[in-house]
Every structure is written in C-alpha cells, then in structure tokens.
Design a protein around this ligand. Structure first.
Ligand SMILES: [Fe+2]
Length: 395
C-alpha cells in the first residue's frame, strides 16, 4: 500500500510540475512592435492577483531545466483588466540577440508555466524571413479556429515564419473580456507542438471599440496611439491606425517616417484596417491622406482589412493602373469572419491581374534578398495566388 501511495505521489508531483492544468497562468503571448531584432514583450493572464510575477529566460532550454545561466525578469505591468475579472502581466525584454531562439518559463506566485520559446528577427540584411498577414478573426469562432489551425500548419512547416501581423477586428465587441478570452484561447492553438510561440504585431480595427481592453491586452497603455514602424534589417512595416485622426499628427508622423525610411530601407510596407481601395465598402480617408504619400515615397506593398473579402488590386499610381510603378493593395480580412460578396468587383482597380473573391485567406510574405514573395493561402491550405514584388528605385 505504501508503495502505491509513493507512486501516486510521484505521479502527481510530476503532473503538477509539467502541466499547466493546475496553473493559473493563462494565454501566454509574445508581442512585437518596433525592434523585433532586440525587443519583445512576454504577456500572460492570471485569474487571481498573483504577487510575484516574472519570466525566466535563456537562449538554451537546457539552462532553464538545470537553472543555470538564466535571467529572471520581473513584470513591467501587472494589473487587473479595466473591464474583466483577470489580471494582465507584461514583461518587456530588451537587448536580445538577433536571429536567436529564446526559451522562457513564467512564474506567477506558486504557478509555473511550461517552457515556451520564440525567435528574434534577424539583423543580417541577407537573411531571409517570412511574416504571416491576416485580419478580421472576429465573429465566427469555428472558422477562426480552422484558420488558426492553418496558421499553425504554416508556422510548423516553415521555420522562417517569425510572426503574425494582425490587421485589426480581433473580435466582435472589443469591450467584452468574454470574447477576448475566447480569442486568446484560440490564438494559443497556433503555437507549434514543441511550444514555439508565434509573436503578434497588432493593428487597431473599429471592432476594438473603446480600445481599453485592446491596449491592456497588447501592452499599449501609455505608449501612444498604436501607429508604429517595425524595422527588420532593410525591411520596414508601418502599422497605421484608421480609428483615430488619419490627418494631423499621424499623417505628419507617416510623412517623416517615409522620408527617413526611403533612404535607409529597401522595403517599405504599410498595414492598416480600413481600406483606401475597397472591394466592398466606400474608400476610407486613407485614400486622400495617405495614398499620395505612399506613391511619393514608393511604398512597395500595402495590407488592408475590414471588408471581409479576398482582394488584390492592380498596381495603382495616380488613380490609374501602372504595372511598372504602381502599388498593390491586398486585403481585406479573412481570418474567421464570414466573407462578403465583393460588391465592387467591377471597379477598374480590381480587374486582372487584380481580383476580389469571397474566400477566407492568409498571406505568407517572404522577404528575400532581392524580392518579396507573397503566397495567398485559402482556408483549405491551397495556394490561390503567388506573386513577387521587386525593389523600387528611390532617388
Ligand atoms: Fe472592421
């Protein structure tokens, strides 16, 4: 009897140490914004107000297991959600090495997570990498989960994929923690079976509503209006915010950033929620305020969301098709929400080689030394379209 008791005790101790079933640590994520070569935020939630919240991190998984050469970093932000029962925790990491796997374990009071990892972005301009793009994961949970399984498949198959850029409208009502919880639960299903976390770069959509929960969940409190430039080697991505004034400060910032990046970076891409060149709705104010700047500074590619269709415009310059110098606009949100019928299918900017269709989709953008490669992947995993973008002369 004593022998059996001993076995059960060992079993329970092992289970307690190796599983998060008993842990109060929930919805672990890695967030990227400006410098993914050297910075990242590790975030999670707890049901209770845990006193001691920290991350144990190392470039080797073994070091964490044997507790050698690891850094312990305390949270920069641990607070109860303004509209929800959980507590959110963020640890900001700095001075990371580029193109490096980082293994980490989270501790909140007596709860301990499994060991997860992520890879920082490369600094070497010759090193290729890929990003996933998609928006509007929103209302239809079953399809969202199906799309997340596709994200996991792509992330598992292609280890060059570093992060997912989400174009906004994560859920239907951004004021509801109950919806965010489901979204967070579903997002954690994109991680690989060996616990590699897919870092997130976020964009604000109209369904994020009063933005309070969005800011708390994605580590934006006190960090401004959610428009920012992500730089990876000679690649840059400007995430813009269509939910605040598109002119004024944001436009001025955009112009200054484009001026700077046009001399320092080979690739300039932009990403925002409401389309300038829509396949369903009316054009957003971005058409007047931002598109002339994109054209002036020769942006290479633009991602839009919000319309709930699969769209690729013809290359556009000065309101006309321009196959040599025009900009292609991709969109418009197919990570879960029911797809609409593209009512503007006959518009001049959606004719061949452009298109507008009612398909759920995910973009795989590969940044190679001499070109960008874009794969348009449908829900069933098939490749609907593949095309390349070449550098532009900017003098
Ligand atoms: Fe939207």
């Amino acid at each position: 009897m004593r022998k059996y008791f001993k076995h059960y005790l060992i079993y329970y101790l092992l289970l307690f140490n190796s599983s998060e079933a008993f842990s109060q640590i929930k919805y672990i994520r890695v967030l990227w914004s400006v410098k993914p070569e050297s910075e990242a935020t590790i975030s999670w939630f707890t049901k209770e107000n845990s006193k001691k919240n920290e991350v144990l991190i190392s470039t080797s998984k073994k070091n964490i297991l044997i507790k050698k050469n690891i850094s312990t970093i305390k949270t920069n932000y641990s607070r109860k959600l303004s509209n929800g029962s959980f507590f959110v925790h963020h640890v900001n990491l700095e001075n990371l090495k580029p193109n490096q796997n980082y293994y980490f374990k989270i501790k909140s009071s007596s709860s301990v997570s499994k060991i997860y990892y992520f890879r920082t972005a490369p600094k070497d301009k010759q090193k290729g990498f890929s990003l996933l793009f998609g928006g509007d994961s929103r209302s239809n949970r079953e399809t969202r989960q199906e799309m997340n399984r596709l994200v996991k498949k792509k992330f598992t198959e292609n280890s060059d994929i570093l992060a997912l850029v989400h174009g906004g409208d994560f859920i239907y009502d951004g004021r509801k923690w109950s919806e965010w919880k489901m979204w967070l639960e579903d997002y954690s299903k994109t991680y690989t079976d060996d616990f590699r976390v897919l870092p997130l770069m976020v964009t604000r959509g109209n369904h994020e509503k009063d933005k309070k929960l969005f800011n708390e969940i994605f580590n934006w409190p006190g960090r401004g209006n959610v428009y920012y430039t992500t730089e990876i080697g000679n690649f840059s991505l400007l995430t813009l915010n269509t939910e605040i004034s598109i002119a004024g400060n944001q436009r001025e910032w955009l112009q200054n950033e484009l001026e700077r990046l046009s001399v320092s970076h080979k690739w300039i891409l932009t990403n925002y929620h409401r389309p300038a060149w829509p396949a369903v709705k009316s054009p957003g104010l971005a058409l007047q305020q931002w598109v002339p700047l994109f054209e002036k500074y020769k942006v290479n590619l633009v991602f839009e969301s919000d319309g709930h269709v699969l769209k690729k415009t013809v290359p556009i310059k000065a309101n006309k098709i321009n196959l040599k110098e025009g900009i292609i606009y991709l969109g418009e949100g197919g990570l879960g929400v029911k797809q609409r019928i593209p009512t503007k299918k006959d518009a001049w900017y959606l004719q061949s080689p452009g298109y507008a269709e009612s398909f759920h989709h995910l973009y795989v953008l590969s940044v190679l030394a001499e070109k960008l490669s874009v794969d348009v992947i449908l829900k069933d995993g098939s490749v609907y379209d593949k095309f390349f973008i070449f550098p532009k002369q900017r003098i």
